[in-house]
Each structure stands twice: as structure tokens, then as C-alpha cells.
Design a protein around this ligand. Structure first.
Ligand code: RIB
Length: 279
């Protein structure tokens, strides 16, 4: 049924359109949008807060019915001044740090714990984390889970094993030498993009996966099952996340008075061939 005065459009802002994680997220949104007969307008923020503010202003002027925001740069002040003040419903996801309003989470701390536990079970004790040089709220929980799992195992947390780099293929490629210079025999990367770059960097330096290094990624992007070796990784239910985000937003567009809802979805380790018993 048509909502009075509605344009049946929603705005979606993701941080990085070149990352397949967000492609799947948008697919999930698109499917649900089709069923709900909404059209998503998709924008990538590419690390530029001014651009993002401008996008949102433009979307407000074009009377979008609501917004799905995964970008970390849409901060409190933008939400208050552009969305809340104009009565535009929104839902926050993934990298966005704002605490108020509807939100969908995945269990980032648990994902990292599962990754570390898998490597511990394989006999690894020196487990590195390839972490973001600009950590957003969700990946900060992954660091927390990594720490907790190591502390609980009795091995303890060693800050020297946390290596930071941009969360891109290039970032993973560039960090290869630091990993070689560390004592690690295994590594959890902050996402699959970084793992792909790291594969390339390590192989170029004559290292084999998983013989020299066991690697666990994060996200389970489509490509993960096609790498050589296939990548063990923490799967996020990303299509489902897109689906739920769209449906929740539409529910709120129809009823602005719904109480705020926070929903946390589970993640699951997928074991493939990039990890192996130590020794
Ligand atoms: O690869 C993209 C990463 O950034 C994902 O892990 C997702 O959670 C996002 O924050």
C-alpha cells in the first residue's frame, strides 16, 4: 500500500563500494527493497565526511523516506541536524558509531574469539592480529574478542602481535614483512580483503600458506572459497543483514513511533584450507 507523500526511496551510505562485503550487503537490501517496493539510492562515502554530509542533505531535499547508514563518518551531529530534525527514519549498521536509534550488529567479539580458538586448537600460540589503522567501533570489538580469547587460554595478550594497516588488499600486502619479522605462526586478519593482500605479500616473499602461516580472515566474501588455498574465515550473515535493515527501516517508515531496537546477529567460523596444525 502506498504511504501518503512517500517517494518510496531510501538512501544507503556504505563506507567502501569496492569491498565485496558491502556488495553483498547491498544485494540483501536490494532483494528486500524489491519486495517492499522501495528503490534504494546507493552512495559510497570513500572516507570523505564533507561529501557524506552533502549526500545526506541532497537525499533529504529529494525527500527520501529513510536511510540505512553503515559509514563511520555519519556522526551524531549529522544525524541530529539532518535526519532527526527532518523526521527522517534511519537505521545504523556495522561501522557507524552512533549509539542512539535502531541498530543491527553482528557479534564481532565472538567472531574474533572463534578465530583465535580455532588457531589455539591447532596448536598455535603466537597468533597475530592484523588490525585496522583506523579502527571503527565494530572492529574494535574484534580486537577485544582476540584479547579475551588469548587471556582466557593463559597465553596472554602481546601487543607486539597486533599489527596495524589499512583495511584493504593493499594494506594486507604491505603488512606481510612485519608479520614475517614477528614471532607469529598464525594470524587473524581484520577482514578478507586484508587476507587477500597478505596472501600475495607472503607468497612474493617465498612463504607458504598454511605451511608457514595459518591465516583466518573475516567476512566470508564470495572470493574466500576460490582463493588458493581456500580461506578459513569468520562468516558474517551479510545478505541477511541487508535484508533485515531494509525491513526494519520500512517498518519504522510506516510507524515512526516504534521503540528503538538493537539486534545482534551471530557469526560463524568457516574452516577451509588456509589453517593447519602447527608443526
Ligand atoms: O570488509 C569490510 C569490513 O568492514 C567488514 O568486516 C565489515 O564488518 C565492515 O566493517
Amino acid at each position: 500500500s502506498l504511504i501518503m507523500g512517500s517517494t518510496k526511496t531510501i538512501g544507503v551510505i556504505v563506507p567502501d563500494l569496492s569491498n565485496p562485503f558491502f556488495t553483498s550487503f547491498l544485494k540483501g537490501i536490494g532483494q528486500a527493497a524489491e519486495e517492499e517496493q522501495f528503490i534504494p539510492l546507493i552512495l559510497g562515502s570513500e572516507d570523505n565526511q564533507k561529501l557524506e554530509r552533502n549526500y545526506i542533505e541532497q537525499l533529504v531535499q529529494r525527500s527520501v523516506d529513510g536511510m540505512i547508514i553503515a559509514s563511520p563518518l555519519v556522526e551524531r551531529d549529522i544525524i541530529d541536524h539532518l535526519l532527526k530534525s527532518n523526521g527522517i527514519p534511519y537505521i545504523l549498521i556495522d561501522q557507524n558509531p552512533v549509539a542512539e536509534g535502531d541498530r543491527l550488529y553482528t557479534d564481532d567479539a565472538d567472531g574474533a574469539r572463534q578465530a583465535v580458538q580455532h588457531l589455539l586448537d591447532l596448536g598455535h600460540q603466537k597468533i597475530a592480529l592484523i588490525y585496522s589503522d583506523k579502527p571503527t567501533i565494530n572492529v574494535a570489538y574484534r580486537l577485544r574478542g582476540y584479547k579475551e580469547a588469548l587471556e582466557k587460554s593463559g597465553i596472554g595478550f602481546d601487543p607486539k602481535l597486533v599489527l596495524t594497516t589499512p583495511m584493504t588488499k593493499e594494506g594486507g600486502y604491505q603488512v606481510a614483512q612485519s608479520l614475517i619479522d614477528s614471532e607469529a605462526t598464525a594470524v587473524v586478519t581484520i577482514n578478507d580483503e586484508v587476507a587477500i593482500g597478505l596472501y600475495h605479500g607472503l607468497q612474493e616473499k617465498g612463504k607458504s600458506i598454511p605451511e608457514d602461516y595459518s591465516i583466518v580472515g573475516y567476512d566470508d566474501i564470495d572470493l574466500a572459497a576460490y582463493l588458493n588455498p581456500t580461506l578459513t574465515t569468520v562468516a558474517q550473515p551479510v545478505m541477511h543483514l541487508g535484508n533485515l535493515a531494509l525491513r526494519r527501516l520500512v517498518a519504522r517508515i510506516k510507524d515512526h513511533n516504534l521503540a528503538d531496537e538493537k539486534v545482534k546477529l551471530p557469526v560463524k567460523l568457516v574452516i577451509r584450507h588456509s589453517t593447519k596444525q602447527l608443526g
